[in-house]
Design a protein around this ligand. Sequence first.
Ligand code: NAD
Ligand code: AHE
Ligand code: ZN
Length: 375
Amino acid sequence: MKTRAAVAFEAGKPLEIVELDLEGPKAGEVLVEIKATGICHTDEFTLSGADPEGLFPSVLGHEGAGIVVDVGAGVTSVKKGDHVIPLYTPECRECPSCLSRKTNLCTAIRATQGQGLMPDGTTRFSYKGKPVYHYMGCSTFSNYTVMPEIAVAKIDPKAPFETVCYVGCGVTTGVGAVLNTAKVEQGATAVVFGLGGIGLNVIQGLKMAGADMIIGVDLNDDKKEWGERFGMTHFVNPKQIDGDIVAHLINMTKRGADQIGGADYTFDCTGNVTVMRQALEASHRGWGKSVIIGVAGAGQEISTRPFQLVTGRTWMGTAFGGARGRTDVPKIVAWYMDGKIQIDPMITHTLRLEDINKGFDLMHKGESIRSVVLF
Ligand code: NAD
Ligand code: AHE
Ligand code: ZN
């Protein structure tokens, strides 16, 4: 069949809207009609050429929602007509990682997914007879895409595609980082670095967990109002303070008889390795946990004095908020449908596929939280 898609032909170039050839689902696969897709900073990271795993030409996009329109042989967990969210972190429930119960990082198809291929080692997309790569196993910037059955989460058919697509990455990553990875408790203090599409969801997760002091840090003053809408209690723009941001945050979080400052939990949602260090060092001596969510550019490394860890801080990271997609994504959609979490206000722009590059421009200018493309 043919499918309209925004194709990344080359790093650093705008996406091009073309008609691709798409092969139907093979055994264990499903064909999904994508109805809506968000644009995440990670799509921008890959398009920029900074992702060591980035492949071209490819169909980017990993934050979608749609309908199963065909199934391959042996598919049992979903059927035609089911509403689904594609999962870049699948959940096979059979691999050693899934069975360990210690991680959400299912390994069933990770090797081929990283090569831009389906589990059988081939691609379903092609253009003028030449293969086009899949991306993060999802390729939601195409009106139709093929997914392994283990990489789709069946969701409430009443949930609107244009908002719940965001659960496919940003919402789950932010809220999950708080609830699944950091396991934040009531009354905690927290600092969130980077108040974009991920950071605001970390704030919303912190509010749900009952955190008391939620400090947001961003270079863009417009983000103050955004953070406050979701429960941020204090805002710091590192450009507007005198001196070092870490010392400033430690001072803000001083409490108890010994007046030792530092937050119980800190989160990097910027992808900047200097910020990651600041986040670790702004966490509390003895028990602070610092969670890396941001994706850093190719070849970048993090560093700190080992003494920071010797004195009880924990540096950790999270992918897809530690969520097990087929199990947790339907629950997060239900939280949204029940009004327990907000999504609508964060979707600042809706675009047609033809205008998808505007979504990247808005992100670069810091004018959007999430842009969503509707098919
Ligand atoms: P975004 O562009 O919407 O937001 C980034 C925010 O960080 C912006 O508000 C920006 O002003 C702020 N910022 C940039 N540099 C800063 C600095 N030095 N100090 C303070 N604030 C700064 O991006 P997003 O979609 O929210 O994604 C954030 C990061 O999370 C990206 O690196 C993305 O690739 C990554 N990500 C990771 C996962 C995961 O599973 N680990 C999932 C989704 C996104
Ligand atoms: N390919 C990049 C790493 C990118 C990365 O860390 N991806 C996250 C999801 S970001 C979603 O917006 C992830 O889930 N990683 C786990 C995995 O198995 O890829 C690189 O730097 O090589
Ligand atoms: Zn993402």
